[in-house]
Design a binder for this molecule. Sequence first.
Ligand SMILES: *Cc1c(COP(=O)(O)O)cnc(C)c1O
Length: 367
Amino acid sequence: MNINNSNIPFLDLKAINQEYEDSINETLARKVASGWYILGEEVKKFEQSFANYCGTKHCIGVANGLDALILLLKASEFPVGSEILVPSNTYIASILAISLAGLKPVLVEPDLHTYLIDPKNIEEKINANTKGILVVHLYGKCCEMEEILRIAQKNNLKVFEDAAQSHGAIYKSKKAGNLSDGAGFSFYPTKNLGAMGDAGAVTTNNDELANKIRALRNYGSGEKYIFDEQGLNSRLDEMQAAILSIKLPNLDKENEARQKLARKYLENIKNSKVILPSTEMVEMDAWHLFVVRVEDRQKFREYLTSYKIGTDVHYPVPPHKQKAYHEWNNHSFPISEKIHNEIVSLPLNIALSEVQINYIIDIINLY
Ligand SMILES: *Cc1c(COP(=O)(O)O)cnc(C)c1O
């Protein structure tokens, strides 16, 4: 076995951005000298290239992923209090976006094996107030869109994607962000496409929705100092857009590296105590995270820590057990609870070497 005495951090953002450092420094110096810092040419350029990348007609740069989702829902103009279905195991932002848009989140249990919203559990949650479904392509894997869109169409619902973890993920030859009425992306530094600060975007093929979001991200203003609606301040800045334009051309290459690492884990981790993620579509997924399930999570994490292997948990407490949603604290979502209790994220990023991955596999197989 490989003896490796150096730490393997769960994620090292400095290492991940190293290859871009020179060209980012150069570009930022140019931006500083330009005197134009918000919603300018760099934002337009990035919006165009990210729309092309996703295959959508529009991309609207915004301040962060949460705002992207809020703006999508606000621009859809559902009656106040309308219900939006959302998976019960997701990052809190998916659910908060619905609440902050003045709508009511209704939780739907996921599938234990994919960790994604289970289409079989959707229809029982639909009533006369239900207006949409916000699916989450969690950990970089696309939801079962064909079945979800069929249910939505039958019940006259809009479908939106939380694509914050799935830049470049593919579903039946289309990219995440181009599978519904509109999607929200985050470019938080840890995401597959990460800025060096907060940043986000909406993608859509709907002209009217795109125009509305363009105005809403800038105080509801289409024309300078004229406000047709009550909008937000959720603008993307030129620095972040410039950084994203530098990194976007490498996204597919980086996703391929993630897929290669994921395949290596899937083929070589052999331990009955460690349940691997479902495997049918290794080369379609964006592998934002590699998430395994282990019954005694704490013991497993401590074991890996003793071998200097960093792990994380995405996420330890399900949304319905959070104080922020105390009205749900007594509700039961057993699948989501089981997932939240047992999941562990292993290191999976482009800074890991072959040697480090082999070491992690060896250590896990000896657990
Ligand atoms: C990161 C993330 C968000 C929010 O993005 P921010 O840019 O942090 O606002 C939303 N949903 C999911 C699933 C995320 O992982």
